[in-house]
Design a protein around this ligand. Structure first.
Ligand code: PLP
Length: 492
């Protein structure tokens, strides 16, 4: 990064009269028609006046201010910031895909519809579900869609009293938010000291007003919920459905399937588990899968095989017959198609064995980092973890060095910080998800930096508390930014 350019907006670089284009002063023979006064601007266009090299440097330096998986290790818990193979981008950028229009007749887009249909089938196989829709745009949107499917199911049976959703206290914030948006009331269930759902507390909450129980597995603390079979049995006995938040599917890939565990509805985050560059608000995709018997409630449109005797011809179902029980449209067209194509490319290039290997390595890497640091950082819950784990800050609490300080000090070493102060179950949560795409060398370097920071915390705590020392912005006041955001640039 070039500091000279840091933090300037392009208008600050503007110099009156300067331009970034060169037209021969006597050679411009474009015909400029006379326009009536009513169509002309009354005030000059407010544009920066800049030469070409300054524009190029401005944007190049701005792009380099961003930290991404392609710039360094990014152990942001719950976000699965794994490396995204470039072949996925290349495939979804083929002109045969990027040049499509969503309103083209089905017989001109057979390849795209086949890709869509194949991905639906692969996700159904991976999740152990009867059918998937790819329409939702993100994980939270998938949750909303899945809960709407669950509501439609209860309504179809005349069971109108089911208005509550039970959500564990360790759940991602989108779970209660989606339930509220779906018009359902959120009831929280506590976790046991080992981080898993308290089965007895859950049993006490179940009655004929519960529509669904949402579970994340592995849960947000990175632990496998070992009581799922027992929970599924009692939830079903109470007439409610089991919802699986599959945003953390990475460690289960090719190893275990939510459908086999007794879940009725699930979503997957394609941008996390199936490798699309994400963060900063998009693009995402949150396909929703359902078990047999719930397909009719899925949103429209779906890709179907049009005629039973021609299983090579794909159509959109609004060309054929609409699902009578469908909850209708939840997105324009068929979701984020480029993200779907990347997922298809990722699954096809890894294959079944490769996916299972990715899942196992995600688990191995997380446990390796956890075990290598447990003598200096407090393991929040001492169990074999899945793809991620939580430290409750430094083991030695006498130094006064907090999780925020550790996270800031990591920036000086060129790492993205882990997730901090989430989950809320611990005071000093530091949630680390290394992912399967990191080499042992990268993990070892990270471990040695974390050990070095723990040593500094005891010997020179001010160095950690004053971090970062090497970033253009150090410690912004989070509260001021939220209470008094400055969202547009005003020239001084
Ligand atoms: C990321 C995540 C979500 C939300 O997904 P978005 O695509 O960001 O909406 C939901 N649940 C869990 C467990 C997650 O990690």
């Amino acid at each position: 990064m070039n500091r000279k350019y840091y933090g300037k907006v392009i208008f600050e670089l503007s110099k009156p009269g300067r331009t970034g284009y060169y037209l021969n002063s006597n050679g411009c023979d474009a015909h400029i028609p006379e326009l009536p006064d009513t169509l002309l601007r009354q005030t000059p266009l407010h544009l920066p006046e800049i030469d070409e090299p300054t524009v190029v440097r401005h944007y190049t330096n701005m792009s380099a201010n961003n930290f991404g998986v392609d710039s360094g290790f990014y152990p942001l818990g719950s976000c699965t910031m794994k490396y995204n193979p470039k072949i996925n981008d290349e495939l979804c950028s083929l002109p045969g895909f990027t040049g499509l229009h969503p309103m083209q007749p089905a017989d001109t887009v057979q390849g795209a519809l086949k890709a869509y249909n194949d991905l639906q089938a692969m996700l159904s196989e991976i999740g152990g579900m009867a059918e998937f829709t790819l329409n939702p745009y993100a994980g939270a949107h998938g949750e909303l869609t899945g809960l709407m499917v669950i509501r439609a199911y209860h309504r179809s049976r005349g069971d109108l009293a089911r208005t509550k959703v039970i959500v564990p206290d360790s759940a991602h914030g989108t779970n209660p938010a989606s339930a509220a948006v779906a018009g359902l009331k959120v009831v929280e269930v506590k976790s046991l000291p080992d981080g898993t759902v308290d089965v007895e507390a859950l049993r006490a909450l179940l009655d004929e007003t519960v529509a669904a129980v949402m579970m994340t597995n592995p849960n947000t603390v990175g632990l496998f919920e070992y009581s799922i079979p027992e929970i599924a049995e009692m939830v079903h006995a109470a007439g409610a459905l089991m919802y699986y938040d599959g945003a953390n599917l990475n460690p289960l890939l090719g190893i275990a399937r939510p459908g086999d565990m007794g879940f009725d509805v699930m979503h997957i985050n394609l941008h996390k588990t199936f490798s699309t560059p994400h963060g900063g608000g998009g693009p995402g995709s949150g396909p929703v899968g359902v078990r047999a018997g719930l397909e009719e409630f899925l949103p429209n449109p779906v890709v179907v095989i049009k005629t039973p005797d021609d299983d090579d011809y794909f159509a959109l179902d609004y060309e054929v017959e609409k699902r009578p029980g469908s909850l209708g449209r939840i997105s324009s067209w068929l979701g984020n198609f480029a993200v779907e194509l990347r997922a298809l490319s990722y699954i096809l290039s890894l294959g079944k064995d490769g996916l299972a290997m990715a899942g196992s390595l995600a688990t191995l890497n997380a446990n390796y980092v956890k075990e290598s640091l447990r003598d200096l950082y407090k393991v929040a819950i001492d169990r074999v973890c899945k793809h991620e784990f939580v430290f409750d800050g430094l083991l030695d609490k006498s130094t006064g060095v907090t999780t925020l300080d550790v996270a800031k000090r990591l920036l000086d070493h060129g790492y993205h910080a882990p997730t901090i102060y989430f989950p809320l179950l611990f005071h000093e949560s530091l949630m680390i998800e290394p992912t399967e795409t990191e080499s042992k060398e990268t993990l070892d370097e990270f471990i040695s930096v974390m050990r070095e920071i723990a040593r500094e915390a005891s010997e020179t705590p001010d160095v950690v508390k004053g971090a970062p020392h090497d970033c253009p912005v150090g410690r912004p006041d989070d509260t001021a930014a939220a209470l008094n955001p400055i969202v547009s640039f005003h020239e001084l």
